[in-house]
Design a protein around this ligand. Structure first.
Ligand code: G3P
Length: 225
């Protein structure tokens, strides 16, 4: 399972890349709005940081298929041909996904709340499909199950699309989907930090240091004894 950062703040993205085995960056209009600058300015900085081959996902805003396709063209002109174009899976979105897929554009089908949206997006030619795990949970349904079902639908129907699950709020949701072997999970920095935050680990490491220092002196390490 790939690990992607769901964020647009460059400093945070740099921090995540420094600490974690990260495979790319996803954004959406709300995430970009938080930066309060021209989104292309923000996205170009991210592209420069992750490099031309880095996985960058950018969403269209229009509601009509032909307009979505035009937006996709502009996004790829500005940010590179390999940029994944996020298209919400509405009726118009499906039409746009079909057109873009035929042109060889990498599409990430997004705003997925149901298995059927996932199936249709895959069948239409999207490279990725993004079910919103936590938002689905908040509707009283089971987001992890929706993501797993979409993965199974692709495997059973020989559809090459991968699930890129999104909207995580806790480590358990991420772990469940890693165990299942879905294609990718895109995660906000606070949830990413939560994946490794465990008081028991901190205590264990502190105890090792204390024992070592009790014999070798304060601030002793294997380098300076
Ligand atoms: O891009 C969609 C997804 O990342 C939404 O996440 O946290 O706003 O539910 P969230």
């Amino acid at each position: 399972m790939k690990l992607i950062i769901d964020y647009a703040n460059l400093e945070k993205i740099k921090e995540m890349y420094m600490y974690y085995p990260v495979d790319g960056v996803t954004t959406n209009p709300s995430i970009l709005a938080k930066e309060n600058r021209n989104p292309y300015e923000v996205l170009k900085e991210i592209r420069e940081f992750i490099g031309a081959e880095g996985e960058l996902h950018v969403q269209v805003i229009s509601k009509i298929a032909e307009d979505m396709v035009e937006e996709a063209d502009k996004i790829r002109q500005e940010l590179g041909d390999n940029t994944y174009i996020k298209v919400p899976v509405t009726k118009e979105g499906l039409k746009a996904i079909k057109i873009l897929a035929k042109k060889g554009v990498n599409v990430t089908a997004t705003a997925i709340y149901t298995q059927m949206q996932g199936y249709l997006a895959g069948k239409a030619g999207a490279k990725y499909a993004a079910p919103y795990v936590n938002r689905i949970d908040n509707l009283g349904a089971n987001g992890v199950k929706v993501a797993k079902d979409i993965h199974d639908i692709y495997v059973k129907n020989n559809i090459e699309t991968e699930v890129i699950a999104a909207s995580f709020k806790n480590s358990q949701q991420v772990l469940e989907l890693a165990k299942y072997g879905i294609g990718a999970a895109t995660i906000a920095p606070d949830v990413m930090n939560g994946l490794i935050k465990l008081d028991a680990v901190t205590c264990a490491v502190d105890a090792f240091i204390k024992d070592f220092e009790s014999v070798c002196g304060e601030n002793a390490t294997m380098l300076n004894i």
